[in-house]
Design a protein around this ligand. Structure first.
Ligand code: FNR
Length: 185
């Protein structure tokens, strides 16, 4: 049986190291765990008025993608010690209209990356704060804050060192087990 994981990347940059990381995670995922990116950059900012009149098709499609997934993987950089606005917007869109929160009960994991030493710790934990409110069971261990991220990959976007590769493999294995244990359906 295939477990479908929606991957949300918090960077829109063409050369994003976070997106490179998300591809590496897809390659390291254990058998049966299939990761697919859900694009969030084109969605309008959330506005409750639109939900009452004519919700944008992009919001509907996004909500359907999350609803249809078995789990969600958040891969994010840190912007000013928090979550990039594009990712926060995706959380908001998925949380409404009231009573139709698509995140509720979806097993999730968070991994942050930064060129700096702190590995996006601030973004990682701000994101977790919202996920508590959204009733998302989030993998607790291993925590994943990848510092010095620009030096983790070679020119082909492949992981350049064994230690990181081994850590991320473990992270994905734990996430697969987390989904199996916490799936509500
Ligand atoms: C950043 N960056 C950053 N880095 C960090 O470690 N802590 C921070 O608070 C911030 N703040 C921040 C704000 C804004 C608006 C930008 C554009 C950037 C740097 C950021 O982590 C770095 O550019 C990453 O490489 C971004 O990830 P991608 O785009 O490479 O995936």
């Amino acid at each position: 049986m295939t477990t479908h994981v929606a991957v949300l990347v918090g960077s829109l940059r063409k050369a994003s190291v976070t997106r490179t990381l998300s591809r590496a995670l897809a390659e390291l995922a254990p058998e049966g765990l299939q990761l697919s990116a859900v694009e969030i950059g084109e969605m309008q900012f959330y506005n409750p008025d639109l939900d009452e009149t004519s919700p944008p098709a992009s919001w509907q499609a996004f909500r359907d993608r999350i609803r249809g997934s078995d789990g969600v993987l958040f891969v994010t950089p840190e912007y000013n010690r928090s979550v990039p606005a594009v990712l926060k917007n995706a959380l908001d869109v998925g949380s409404r209209p009231g009573g139709k929160n698509v995140w509720a009960g979806k097993p999730a994991a968070v991994i942050s990356a930064s060129r700096g030493a702190l590995g996006g710790f601030g973004a990682n934990h701000h994101l977790r704060q919202s996920l508590v409110c959204l009733d998302v069971p989030v993998l607790q261990q291993p925590e994943a804050y990848l510092g010095d991220a620009y030096n983790l990959f070679d020119d082909d976007g492949k992981l350049a060192n064994e230690t990181t590769s081994a850590f991320l493999s473990t992270f994905m294995e734990k996430f697969a087990a987390w989904i199996a244990t916490n799936r509500r359906t």
